[in-house]
Design a binder for this molecule. Structure first.
Ligand SMILES: [Zn+2]
Length: 119
């Protein structure tokens, strides 16, 4: 049986930002405006900036600057909310839609509590 547990790094999140952007705005025209009121830009303009990035080497700040918001390169923990370098991506064995991303600190806490509970 294959376990639905994998490690997702900040770089993984940066590398798939272009695909996530394309999926998010697949049904929208390229001149569709997104962003904060007064600072809106067309999704096509942002897409061009994302395509110009080297996603294997660019920084999180480069992604933030290209998009105009600061959440797209985030690798957040679903338990504590921290943005971390690596998370464990946990998938329910019967559902592709039931997943969690958990940081090492929360995993360690969970493991310690499991061990303490049966001591
Ligand atoms: Zn956490």
């Amino acid at each position: 049986m294959k376990l639905g547990i994998s490690a997702i790094t900040k770089r993984d999140r940066i590398k798939d930002v272009l695909d996530r952007w394309k999926n998010q705005y697949a049904g929208y025209p390229s001149d569709y405006l997104v962003g904060k009121r007064g600072e809106q830009e067309a999704v096509g303009v942002i897409l061009k900036r994302l395509k110009a990035l080297n996603l294997s080497r660019c920084s999180e700040k480069d992604v933030d600057k290209a998009i105009g918001t600061d959440k797209w390169a985030e690798n957040g923990c679903d338990i504590c909310g921290s943005d971390v370098l690596v998370t464990a991506y946990l998938q329910h064995r019967y559902s592709d839609e039931r997943t969690m991303s958990v940081c090492p600190k929360c995993l360690e806490t969970a493991l310690a509590r499991c061990k303490a509970a049966v001591r």
